[in-house]
Design a protein around this ligand. Structure first.
Ligand SMILES: [Mg+2]
Length: 248
């Protein structure tokens, strides 16, 4: 499955997601590791709420700016709405600071909405006996409590030791995730022949780092949004959400 995508190998969303479910059902030692932001959760409602609160306080016309799930942060939505950064740097700095102060907090995580099919998909994997992990660049101090609350609120399966957040906000996400895979995940207990490992992730920086260090891990890229820093340069399967038709 972990092959470069070409027309002959390309699998549809439904086929690839269902294949993983089948694999997990047949192999009780399957492991699935999920990123949260822009992988299981659409975070654009979080940014939309923050922008709305800023508009109420400082600039009412910003209420009309719509944040799309394909946007990375605020800038792309503002540019699309015609706001030029070089014409009003102070507004953008104030807004950016306002956003940072809220986006990375327990309270605002509650505005996130799982992507289509995400909850039943992870539940079904869990029901097969698959070992589920949530590995996120959110940090413990600012978002630990809210992350657990939101996973429970939406019905994602939780067990002790399944949630892994950054110990400190200053750590790079990809460094944290590699550190987890190499040092904290007992990888020797999961030989690829008997224990397939699937990573679900949206960010190419993380995907490239993981794919390089563990080419035997199967990576599923959520084609939602990302930081625009890198293009994916390792084999992945791309999906846009977790919807499988038969879940209707
Ligand atoms: Mg992410």
């Amino acid at each position: 499955m972990n092959q470069p995508q070409d027309p002959g190998l390309k699998q549809t969303l439904k086929q690839s997601l269902k294949t993983i479910l089948t694999m997990a059902a047949e192999n009780p030692r399957t492991v699935c590791v999920f990123d949260l932001d822009s992988t299981l959760f659409n975070v654009s409602p979080r940014t939309q709420q923050i922008l709305h609160e800023f508009a109420e306080l400082h600039k009412p016309e910003l209420k009309k700016v719509e944040i799309l799930h394909t946007d990375w942060g605020l800038k792309e939505a503002l540019v699309r709405a015609g706001y030029k950064f070089d014409e009003s740097p102070e507004l953008h700095k104030t807004l950016r600071d306002f956003w940072v102060d809220r986006f990375f907090t327990n309270t605002y995580l509650h505005y996130d909405i799982p992507y289509r099919g995400a909850v039943p998909y992870v539940q079904r994997l869990h029901e097969t006996g698959c070992e589920i992990h949530y590995l996120t660049g959110r940090d413990v101090a600012r978002m630990g409590v809210g992350t657990l609350e939101v996973l429970q609120k939406w019905g994602f399966p939780i067990r002790e030791g399944c949630l892994h957040l950054k110990p400190h906000r200053s750590m790079d996400d990809h460094v944290f995730k590699i550190d987890w895979v190499v040092d904290r995940f007992p990888i020797s207990q999961y030989p690829p022949e008997t224990s397939p490992v699937y990573f679900f992730e949206n960010e190419p920086v993380n995907i490239n780092a993981l794919g390089k260090i563990r080419p035997d891990i199967h990576i599923i890229q959520l084609d939602t949004t990302h930081s625009r820093q890198e293009d994916v340069n390792v084999p992945v399967i791309k999906v846009s959400n977790f919807y499988i038709e038969e879940d209707k």
